[in-house]
Design a protein around this ligand. Structure first.
Ligand code: ADP
Ligand code: MG
Length: 439
């Protein structure tokens, strides 16, 4: 195939993928390149590890479907970091960095009165880890940007550091790795992995509650790092003293440095966030629509983002221009959903009853089809019916990490498209969850 032809097919595939999954479309898609395209496979090049992770986790199924629709046959899609530049100028071998979300940078974070202190302290720590606020503890309700800020600190510090080891993980991940180390009799391995890093960042530290052994282990990790002047950054849903059953000695240590709160954003900040998110996805929306979305959804920024995705998805699938009226119709259901507060527990209740399985099985490590399918369906429904993050959903289902949840959601989305029975089942479960009176 001529290079021009390959380019043009690739552009069509990209355009189709954007329509198929607007929620995961990003402005930088325009900078992706074709590494190879032949009868059965498509290799796509991206600039760095972070975008690679994003594409592999979020975009594989939409790109695969897009490639099949455009070429008319089965195409296996894979992504890779483009190596041409690297080979032209051989450089130091780089250590694998922490797995970071490419959207979650300081540039993409809107600063307002509600998050000014948290933002400023994160920036300060990223400039000079271990020397300003140690530990740094960021807290606030769900969906207010804690995870975003933690990723931003790590990206910034990773870019600046010369090979400093940054360990970023969710608290469940820390607990799970600790449990696995005990099971495998490899506690020393675990300890050296965490006690020798230059920066330890743990998201959602409230999951340490009621985990006595993990608290003990974390206490020693904390001391080892702190005494060596290494940076520790933590996030939680409440201030250290308000996390139930957290040991006194941990509470006092978490208060040694800076504790910064994030409040729900003001109206002006919400408008600016909607506009920022729209620009990030190359969407054109008028001020009127940004203001409408910001007025309607107030509590959680994840909801604002979901609203933007919904409006855009409806506009692209119907081919209509985004008008205020379209936004109002599109968001009607979403606003009702936000008001009704469906919880993951509601979803788990309906799914476990339908499949006749126990919650303990869903949370266990069992991998038989009779357990994995309901578990993946729970994840998919939690993703589509609530505004919980992937990490939070994984936390409810046995402390699974966000890539596992993302994989489950992609798998069920594909199954739903391919199998009318699965589609009917999901509709029925959704009906039972959203209309509890009919359960
Ligand atoms: P939390 O960890 O507090 O539950 P997240 O960091 O996951 O919240 O944020 C939820 C979503 O809201 C993310 O997509 C994040 O990018 C976005 N977000 C939160 N605060 C801001 C902000 N100030 N500017 C831009 N986006 C934000
Ligand atoms: Mg979070």
């Amino acid at each position: 195939m001529a290079a021009r032809e390959v380019e043009s097919i690739f552009t069509d595939i990209l355009d189709r993928a954007k329509v198929l999954d607007p929620g995961n479309t990003r402005k930088w898609f325009d900078r992706l390149t074709v590494l190879q395209l032949d009868g059965g496979s498509l290799g796509i090049g991206c600039p760095d590890e972070a975008t690679l992770q994003f594409l592999r986790t979020n975009c594989k199924s939409s790109f695969t479907r897009a490639a099949q629709q455009i070429t008319g046959h089965l195409v296996a899609v894979d992504f890779d970091v483009e190596t041409i530049k690297k080979s032209a100028a051989p450089s130091e071998p780089t250590l694998p960095g922490p797995r970071l979300h490419p959207d979650y940078t300081f540039d993409n974070f809107v600063v307002g009165p509600s998050n000014r202190l948290a933002h400023a302290s994160c920036v300060a720590v990223s400039q000079s880890p271990g020397n300003t606020y140690n530990p740094l503890f960021i807290y606030g309700s769900s969906g207010l940007g804690k995870t975003h800020l933690l990723h931003a600190v790590c990206s910034e510090a990773h870019g600046k550091s010369n090979g400093a080891v940054i360990q970023f993980l969710s608290c469940e991940d820390f607990v799970n790795r600790f449990i696995r180390a005990i099971e495998e009799g490899n506690l020393p391995g675990f300890q050296s992995q965490f006690r020798t890093v230059d920066m330890l960042v743990i998201d959602d530290i409230q999951f340490l509650r009621e985990r006595e052994h993990s608290q003990e282990e974390f206490f020693h990790t904390f001391n080892a790092l702190y005494n060596n002047g290494k940076q520790i950054i933590l996030s939680g849903d409440s201030p250290p003293g308000k996390i139930p059953s957290l040991e006194e000695r941990l509470i006092s240590r978490f208060n040694w440095g800076l504790v910064a709160r994030i409040d729900p954003p003001s109206y002006e900040t919400r408008v600016a966030i909607v506009q920022k998110k729209a620009r990030l996805r190359s969407l054109k929306i008028s001020d009127e629509i940004a203001e409408y979305i910001a007025r309607k959804l107030q509590a959680n920024i994840r909801e604002l983002e979901g609203a933007l995705t919904t409006v855009y998805a409806i506009a692209t699938t119907t081919g209509k221009e985004i008008t205020l009226e379209l936004a109002q119709t599109a968001l009607d259901g979403q606003i009702k959903l936000a008001a009704r507060h469906i919880s993951i527990t509601d979803i788990i209740e309906v799914v476990t009853r339908h499949f006749d399985v126990r919650l303990a099985d869903l949370q266990s490590k069992k991998r038989s089809q009779s357990i994995t399918e309901p578990r993946q369906i729970c994840m998919y429904l939690a993703r589509s019916l609530t505004r919980h993050s992937l990490e939070e959903i994984g936390g409810h289902l046995g402390g699974r990490d966000h890539t596992t949840v993302m994989h489950a959601c992609n798998k069920i989305t594909l199954a739903k498209d391919a199998d009318p029975q699965m589609s009917a089942l999901l509709n029925e479960l959704t009906r039972q969850i959203t209309q509890p009176a009919t359960r």
